[in-house]
Unconditional design. Structure first.
Length: 337
């Protein structure tokens, strides 16, 4: 009888402990909820594609813009909490707002490629005397092209001319139409023209590889920025947001049929098959972990190298001067309890 009583007591203690742990789990789950709705601006391209899992999430208000210039007023006015923008705009906005934005993490790496219609080139030097058709004058594409050309002994405007068009769609159309044309395009346009152009259009150079050769770092094409006020005042929410964005990016990177259909349903591309081909080349990423190669500090190092390289190429590319160290999020803010 005594042994039975001891067994029953032990069982009761075990059950109570399990219930207590379950209660803690429920409490932790409750604490992991956002304190309020989070507004995010993204572009109609890879950055927007990376957020498709959050498009219907009621905790987020995500708006897709067609051009970086459309996003700027929303950021400057503080109408959004986060924005996905071309990488050089992080420094530009930091200088323009006097530190009111924080560079959180690279989000897209190396989506630019140089392609040719019936053109052969083994090295960038083989493009000497040619004209590259491109879009993005005054932004990351222009200055990145300048950097990689100079690293290969070529001067933009002299050894290699650039014809700047209004948008990527016009560049793609001109490349497809004209034999002998050379163009610089980002994904998903690269996958689109390679699919439609079949044998006549070839992928000559990956700008991420060219940038890496020139700087020993990855090429951050798109970046996630946040209002500095959000980072400091909603530090717990910051962790949740980055966790949710990373989960969405990880899912998109699987390039599954379901993901491809989501991309089509949200208007980023018209063909699921092209979406599946484009996703692996979009190099979607998020540096959000506190340890390891994908740490916030590692992402900050990539962005520092990028801004320093851009500044050397042209100070105006980063807003006239190098940003302060406080632009970069190198660790999560300590929350006092």
């Amino acid at each position: 009888m005594k042994n039975k009583l001891i067994t029953l007591i032990a069982l009761a203690v075990l059950i109570a402990g399990m219930m207590s742990l379950a209660g803690c789990g429920e409490k932790a789950e409750e604490e992991a909820k956002l304190s309020g709705k989070v507004k995010i601006a993204c572009l109609n391209g890879p950055t927007g594609m990376g957020l498709v899992d959050l498009m219907d999430n009621e905790d987020y208000g995500i708006k897709v813009y067609q051009a970086p210039t459309d996003v700027l007023p929303a950021i400057i006015k503080g109408d959004v909490d986060f924005a996905c923008v071309p990488s050089n705009l992080a420094a530009v906005l930091y200088n323009k707002t006097k530190g009111k934005v924080t560079c959180v993490s690279p989000m897209v790496k190396g989506v630019l490629h140089i392609l040719g219609n019936g053109v052969e080139a083994e090295s960038l030097k083989d493009l000497k005397g040619k004209t590259i058709v491109a879009s993005g004058q005054g932004g990351t594409p222009e200055y990145a092209l300048q950097v990689v050309l100079e690293a290969n002994g070529l001067k933009m405007g002299k050894d290699v001319k650039v014809e700047w068009l209004a948008n990527h769609a016009d560049v793609a159309a001109k490349l497809m139409k004209n034999k002998g044309a050379v163009a610089m395009l980002p994904e998903p346009f690269v996958s689109t023209v390679l699919t439609k152009g079949k044998d006549k259009v070839a992928d000559l150079f990956d700008m991420n590889e060219l940038w890496s050769d020139a700087t020993s770092q990855d090429f951050p094409m798109g970046v996630l920025i946040a209002r500095t006020e959000f980072v400091t005042e909603r530090a717990e929410d910051l962790k949740i947001v980055l966790s949710d964005i990373k989960a969405s990016i990880d899912d998109v990177n699987t390039a599954s049929d379901e993901v491809a259909q989501k991309i089509v349903d949200n208007g980023f591309l018209a063909d699921p098959e092209i979406a599946k081909k484009a996703i692996p080349n979009c190099s979607l990423c998020l540096y959000s972990d506190e340890d390891g190669g994908n740490s916030l500090a590692a992402g900050a190092d990539i962005m520092k190298t990028f801004n320093e390289t851009m500044f050397k190429a042209s100070p105006k590319s980063v807003g006239g001067k190098l940003p302060g160290e406080d632009l970069y999020l190198t660790a999560y803010p300590v929350v006092e309890k």
